[in-house]
Design a protein around this ligand. Sequence first.
Ligand SMILES: *[C@@H]1O[C@H](CO)[C@@H](O)[C@H](O)[C@H]1NC(C)=O
Ligand SMILES: *[C@@H]1O[C@H](CO)[C@@H](O)[C@H](O)[C@H]1NC(C)=O
Length: 520
Amino acid sequence: MLLVTKQCTVVALTFAVLCAVVPPLTAVNVLAIEPLPARSHWTFMRAVLIAMATGGRGHNVTAYTPFASSSAITDGVCNGGPIGCGYVEIPLRLGVPDKVALDVQRAIADFADQWRFVGIAVDKSQTACGLLDRMAAAGHFSGVRYDVVVVELVSSECTSRVSGALGEVPLVYVFPSPIASWVEAKALGTSPGPSYASRLFARYAKPDTLARRLENAYGWTVMAALQWFHERGDDQAGYRKPAVTFVNTDLTVEKSVPVVQNMIGIGGVHLPPPEPIPSDILKFIEESPNGVIFFTFGTVVALSTLPDHIQIAFKNALAEVPQRVLLKYEGEMTDKPKNVMTSKWLPQRDILMHPNVKLFIGHGGISGVYEAVDAGVPVLGFPLFYDQPRNVANLVDAGMALSMDLFSVTKDTLLNAINEIINNETYSKNAKITSELFKDRPMSPAESVVYWTEYVIRHKGAPHLKSHALNLTWYQYFLLDVIAVALLLIISVCYIVFKTLQLIKKLIFKSSSKSKSKPD
Ligand SMILES: *[C@@H]1O[C@H](CO)[C@@H](O)[C@H](O)[C@H]1NC(C)=O
Ligand SMILES: *[C@@H]1O[C@H](CO)[C@@H](O)[C@H](O)[C@H]1NC(C)=O
């Protein structure tokens, strides 16, 4: 009896200690805003928000987005979920067209050149921020007391202003690319150096030659300068720093770099549990004797807008492979090879998980990269713009991919690449190794989201997580003031030593000339 009581006391004490360490958190209200009309960005943010709504005790998420779903769909999010779960999407009218199914060449002209891109991106962000400022001023977000604001860190920190407008509510950033690049240093307090970390627009996984380091350092500098130039007229006094930032990154496909402690990598958060494949597609996959190739260029660019010679090269090469091909294609394809099945939409994640899928041909968008890595499927990449060349280069570096240039592709080069990846086991073996690394984590990305969001709320914005670097000016950050003092000291010492030596020389000279001139 005594023993039992003792045990009970121990259990009760343990719980008391646990509760003292992690005070329970009741459901909170989350305001989320997706300020960019880019579907892949929203896919990432939506996964973060659904984790918040359905994880732990559940939270009440109100999301403003250009891609709002109907209430029938959003109601389903909390079906069978925890008590506190609430999830609603409200359309955000940005007054700019959605970035989906673009003409390939136009998209490349806008997004591949960092000189153009950074300017366009910062200006677009500020247009969106202007709209958010007006909405906040008009009381759009003021009916409810929000406990945390989630917003995408786009190309300018201006999206952070909305959290200040609501009365200093803790700010959570989501960043949909694998590296925050030009906004990282200013918004988060540190940024990996160009000597070892490839910037967002790099075409290589690591800057491992002098030429690449030169190009990389030049690129970082240009991006920082462009951001400064395009942001200079903005109200920067309203910029706020995040309590925590969720980045679409993961160490298996990214290189290890130093980051601030409140930057949390949650690459793969958008991967839902696999679902059954529709029966016609499943039949097509399972009845293929030599496996299946899955081919898509994602949602941003339309395959049907590719120049004819490229479309013909693709069709002719695919007609000759012994595999069947599942191809995402808008509309009817003329002269479709017999082994090809096209569809406007394909359940990409579920298809890649099927063991009969041997190869993924894609453009290297980060969502597709994580889907391929998770499924352990090798990749043939045709990177187009933005982070895609770097994403594919990372997969090539992991030994699970080949990278090709879309505009110089021919039937023969394509056939060779496909056959090499499918017939040489190295690629699929490395894909399996990468997949195992990807899945080996202390907690799932969705659990990380819930943990850190609740942490920030529990600790009132968790100001202790912020880097002191954020309080410094740029010349303090780069130690220019310290270097100036050190130089001053060194110069002063040299000057004093020089003057002393001069004095000594003079004295010696004087005395020696005196002694010389002394008559014997
Ligand atoms: C969730 O928030 C919305 C407003 O954003 C509010 O109308 C609703 O009542 C809240 N639901 C719960 C369960 O608190
Ligand atoms: C398979 O690919 C690897 C990596 O590219 C290469 O080193 C190896 O020689 C290839 N093997 C064959 C049999 O071609």
